[in-house]
Design a protein around this ligand. Structure first.
Ligand code: BGC
Length: 850
């Protein structure tokens, strides 16, 4: 037996993270038995686990998906733990020792918030020299700097994270990070200079939907707080906190901003050092971090250095990424190098008009010495990079640095269909590119915001592809905080940065996202964390809805970007053709139902009853207002009927199915859906036996369809079905990104139905799947793995010849599956943990465990 992926709060050996509770999880492989019988978690003060704080003893209650153990926590302390597992065959193992270390928690800081002259645009370094008097045992840095900060010891970077202290509603809370600086301080010898450089970031540069002026929404003052704790080998402790004795030096960075990039002038002369000034703390409370580290995850070299017809020098890295870059330049003193990023070329030339007001640039003035340019406090969503002012560049002078929050890949799909494989890769990149600390709509134009609707529709796809729990948990925490003074209202973007529109589907993320996470992870703690947020959202909608369905009458975004609103009527309209009030009521009822189910899971029986009643009442009203007594739906659109089937709104589902099929046939089996219908489409069609249509939609290579953009060279997923026309020409610039993941949500269908890794609410945490793979000759084969919270699932099917299909299924430890074999014979098999192979077709089928 092997125990792996041991985590606390879904984090591996975390340092300095907020710990509202301590929830342990682990996975098991190579076991002799089928399932866990009992487990035991031991938490101790020392790595040898002899100074025990908690020993749960062997218990059958130790759920590997999330075992909440009460551990009395002190600030700044490293706890060690391990888990032992016993299975039903008597096999037993103990995992390696893990740790988690607390941050400052609620203890006061031995440091002051400090600032400097904020009128001087040169970004400040705050410095302090530390004399190391004795041999050092450990050193920690507790720190927060606003807008962004980067710390160094004697010129060596502390940690490898970018964009600390990350993005959230700074008026509510600001995040402090903990860094282990032991080796840096030990290396420093007798004297260590700590210097912390501050940038503007989300806090202090323009950020937000309507941010046109150059000023920060959250603040206009650089602020720093830091507490360094050096523990010497003799046991003594020295604490150095920020105060007025810290010095302020000025860097050569003269501007930084999320949308507009960075400016550096290396011809500037050093300014006289001055003392830091004490300042007011920021509005939000200083709390231990929840954001995952953002790191450089991949380096890419250009596939080409293009000399465009317009005479420009443009690097093409062959893939749209989010991140920064390194560029080697060697130009005369005073020479300005101007770098701009873009997503596509137009007419073979550099293009960036769809970035709207985001300048997305880097301006460098050289001091005449060779240099490597590397932005510090901005990021770009790009594939192409235009460089002016440095004529003699070679492809090897440029390196793209792709960044995303530290989220491990968990899923993979490879098929025999080239375009589909590329599409799946585009969706993965779209996920990475839009997971830079918050789930963004897009990474390039003047938005890059946590649009809740986009995040909501992509949750399941993202969670099949990668381990999203901790990432989303921070986003949802921020959502809850924003609701606090807002009567439960959930703004369309989180953090809202003042953009406070409230609409259905987007706001319903408050209920749908934690529920999706609970279903796939099987860990109740996300429901505990979010329960108030879920409930207050529904209460907000209830208040607006009043006695006359007022919620339907408020401004809604409807089936955003759907194609079925008559263009002749209003070509600019984005809401699609499905009645927005209908969508709003359906989502209201669905959210109330989720609150009821969450309440039941958490044991709040009264709430469970009340919200069930509310949900039924609203669904009834929808039935009354939008359906004939015979079950015909007044909202006769693809999305309208998909919602009808998903939520069982019509009393005549056969008719609804026939009508939906008819709508597709009348439209040449092409979709017309937007943000609401598209993510649900293929799943609902399949669940109602219409997978033939789902396949036509997925494999359609013409407009509008997922593979058309792949044929037109996409490397991520477009915002619109027609972002580019058939000649590759951009169709408009006002809202047209090449990197919006919302439509990539169809990948959930591939995991669930094409592979058949379909997990249900009946057995949360991926413990049971109904594996009914949808085999298709156009693909030849599909090989899918998902290292789920319960362990590694695999489904592989392959056409051996025209009439034979081989199916391989791996069911992880502790799990079971009902396998529904494809073909006329159908036939089901009940599978327990193990590896299986089936050959079906011809006149015989064979199955055996391998
Ligand atoms: C964003 C979207 C978002 C939408 C809603 C757009 O500007 O990029 O993805 O959901 O607005 O209004």
């Amino acid at each position: 037996m092997r125990i792996y992926d041991e985590k606390v709060n879904h984090l591996e050996n975390p340092i300095g993270f907020a710990m509202d509770e301590t929830v342990f999880s682990w996975k098991v492989s190579e076991a002799k038995g089928q399932r866990q019988k009992a487990a035991r978690v031991v938490v101790a003060r020392d790595v040898s686990l002899s100074d025990v704080i908690v020993d749960t003893g062997w218990t059958a209650d130790a759920d590997s998906l999330g075992f909440s153990v009460s551990v009395p926590l002190s600030p700044r302390f490293r706890y060690y733990w391990n888990v032992s597992v016993r299975d039903d065959a008597g096999d037993e193992a103990t995992g390696d020792v893990q740790f988690f270390e607390t941050g400052k928690r609620d203890e006061p800081w031995n440091a002051k918030w400090i600032t400097c002259d904020n009128a001087n645009p040169r970004h400040p370094y705050f410095t302090r020299t530390i004399n190391i008097k004795k041999p050092v045992s450990t050193t920690r840095l507790y720190i927060c700097g606003l807008g962004l900060y980067e710390a160094e010891i004697n010129g060596a970077r502390v940690g490898d994270e970018y964009f600390t202290p990350y993005c959230n509603d700074y008026d509510k809370w600001v995040q402090a990070q903990t860094f282990d600086m032991t080796s840096l301080i030990q290396k420093a010898g007798g004297s260590a200079e700590i210097s912390v450089l501050l940038g503007n970031g989300w806090y202090k540069s323009r950020y937000g939907y309507d941010a046109l002026e150059e000023k920060g929404y959250y603040g206009d003052e650089w602020k720093l707080i830091a507490e360094i704790r050096i523990t010497y080998e003799d046991g003594s402790v020295e604490i150095i906190g920020t105060d007025e004795t810290w010095q302020v030096e000025r860097s050569n960075i003269t501007y930084s901003g999320i949308y507009d990039g960075e400016r550096v002038d290396d011809t500037l002369k050093a300014e006289a050092t001055v003392n830091a000034e004490a300042c007011e703390p920021p509005k939000g409370k200083l709390e231990d971090r929840r954001s995952l580290p953002v790191r450089v995850q991949q380096e890419l070299k250009p596939i080409e250095l293009i000399h465009t017809p317009a005479g420009e020098l443009v690097f093409d890295i062959g893939q749209e990424i989010t991140g920064i870059f390194e560029l080697r330049v060697d130009v005369p003193r005073g020479q300005q190098v101007h770098i701009q990023t873009g997503e596509i070329l137009q007419g073979g030339n550099f293009y960036r008009d769809n970035l709207r007001t985001a300048k997305s640039e880097y301006i460098y003035i050289s001091d005449g010495r060779p240099a490597v340019i590397r932005p510090k406090f901005t990021f770009y969503g790009y594939r192409y990079v235009k460089v002016e002012g440095a004529p003699d560049l070679k492809p090897e002078d440029f390196t793209a640095l792709a960044m995303w929050s530290d989220i491990k890949d968990t899923g993979s799909i490879v098929t025999g269909h080239k375009l589909l494989n590329k599409f799946i890769s585009n969706v993965r990149w779209g996920g990475r590119d839009n997971f830079l600390d918050i789930p963004t709509d897009c990474p390039q134009r003047d938005e890059r915001m946590g649009w809740t609707g986009d995040a909501q529709v992509f949750t399941n796809t993202a969670t099949y592809m990668s381990d999203t729990y901790a990432f989303y948990s921070k986003f949802l925490y921020d959502m809850g905080r924003e609701q606090e003074d807002n009567k439960g209202a959930v703004p369309v973007v989180i953090p809202s940065a003042g953009h406070n529109d409230i609409v259905s589907v987007w706001g319903d993320a408050a209920c749908i996202m934690p529920w999706n996470l609970y279903v796939l992870y099987g860990d109740k703690s996300i429901l505990r964390q979010q329960y108030d947020s879920m409930k207050t959202w529904v209460e907000y909608v209830r208040a607006v809805d009043g006695d006359d369905h007022g919620w339907r009458k408020t401004l809604q975004l409807g089936d955003w970007l759907a194609l079925d609103y008559p263009a002749a009527f209003d070509p600019e309209r984005c809401m699609g053709g499905t009645d927005e009030g209908f969508i709003a009521s359906v989502y209201y009822a669905a959210s109330a139902e989720i609150v009821s189910k969450a309440a039941a899971v958490l044991g709040y029986t009264e709430d469970a009853e009340n919200y069930k009643e509310l949900s039924e009442r609203i669904f009834n009203d929808v039935g009354h207002d939008y359906y004939t007594p015979g079950g015909r739906c007044a909202v006769d659109t693809q999305t309208g009927l998909v919602l009808t089937l998903k939520y069982h709104l019509s009393c005549d589902e056969e008719w609804t199915k026939a009508r939906l099929r008819h709508l597709f046939e009348c439209n040449d089996n092409k979709l017309r859906t937007g943000f609401v219908g598209t993510p649900l489409l293929c799943n609902v069609l399949t669940e109602y036996g219409m997978e033939d249509i789902a396949w036509k939609l997925l494999l359609n290579e013409d407009y509008p369809g997922w593979l058309r953009e792949v044929k037109l060279g996409a490397t991520t997923v477009w915002e619109r079905w027609n972002s580019l026309d058939d000649d590759g020409k951009i169709t408009g610039t006002s809202m047209n990104s090449m990197n919006h993941y919302a439509y990539g949500s169809v990948v959930e269908w591939i995991y669930r139905h094409v592979a058949g890794l379909n997990f249900t609410e009946a057995a949360v945490g991926c413990r049971k799947a109904v594996v009914e793979p949808l085999v298709n000759k156009d693909l030849q084969y599909a090989d899918t793995t998902y290292d789920s919270p319960a362990g590694l699932w695999r489904s592989r099917w392959e056409y051996l010849d025209d009439s034979h299909v081989k199916i391989n299924v791996t069911v992880p430890f502790g799990c079971s599956a009902t396998l529904v074999l494809p073909g006329d014979g159908k036939g089901t098999q009940e599978l327990v943990a193990g590896k299986y192979e089936f050959i079906i077709g011809g006149c015989a089928s064979s199955a055996h465990e391998i």
